[in-house]
Ligand binder design. Structure first.
Ligand SMILES: CC(C)(COP(=O)(O)OP(=O)(O)OC[C@H]1O[C@@H](n2cnc3c(N)ncnc32)[C@H](O)[C@@H]1OP(=O)(O)O)[C@@H](O)C(=O)NCCC(=O)NCCS
Length: 159
């Protein structure tokens, strides 16, 4: 099973390579670096024998935790890695004492929306024309806001 680790600036190169291959409009190296060094962020990765298979970037914003990015290497999808990364982000949110976990996703990103819905996240709103167009389209895309309450999520069993 892949190992979950907190990524550091030493992981910037493999992280950038994964991002470029996994996303149609990838984050730049500078955007990734900002999350790696930010006091209120965690970048968590899944490694197989040292090879990065996926990552999630999550930030604390007062009582909310926000997933800012999430990607799994295309050759390793549908093996539960995305779900494990969501669990790791949820755990980070709980450790920070946040009461909810939030994210934005492109309306047309069916795989990601299915992942989030299956994880118990529900739609909380929409931002029309929020995302830049995904080529070859020239139409800006709606963002769907999704969230999960952390306070009501099951904790350890009561004695
Ligand atoms: C979205 C993404 C992270 C999913 O990662 P993954 O490791 O394949 O996800 P999992 O294997 O954990 O999938 C868990 C569940 O999500 C749903 N799901 C995931 N991919 C799906 C797809 N292509 N079609 C339909 N449902 C899908 C399924 O319910 C799946 O459960 P199942 O495999 O038992 O049916 C991955 O497709 C990806 O990196 N996409 C490109 C980057 C991206 O869109 N990031 C999200 C930005 S908001």
């Amino acid at each position: 099973m892949s190992a979950l680790v907190r990524l550091t600036t030493a992981d910037l190169e493999p992280l950038t390579v994964l991002e470029v291959h996994a996303q149609p409009l990838p984050w730049s190296e500078d955007q990734l670096l900002l999350e790696l060094v930010h006091d209120d962020a965690r970048v968590l990765g899944l490694l197989d024998d040292g090879a990065l298979r996926g990552y999630v970037a999550v930030r604390r914003m007062l009582e909310e935790a926000w997933i800012l990015n999430l990607a799994v290497d295309a050759a390793h999808r549908r093996h539960g890695l995305g779900r494990r990364l969501l669990e790791a982000a949820r755990e980070a949110g709980r450790e920070w004492g946040c009461t909810s976990l939030w994210l934005e996703v492109r309306e047309g990103n069916a795989p990601a929306r299915a992942l989030y819905q299956g994880f118990g996240m529900s739609e909380r709103g929409r931002r029309p024309a929020y995302y830049s167009p995904l080529p070859p389209s020239s139409t800006r895309e709606t963002a769907v806001l999704m969230a999960l309450e952390l306070a009501t999520a099951p904790g350890p069993p009561r004695r």
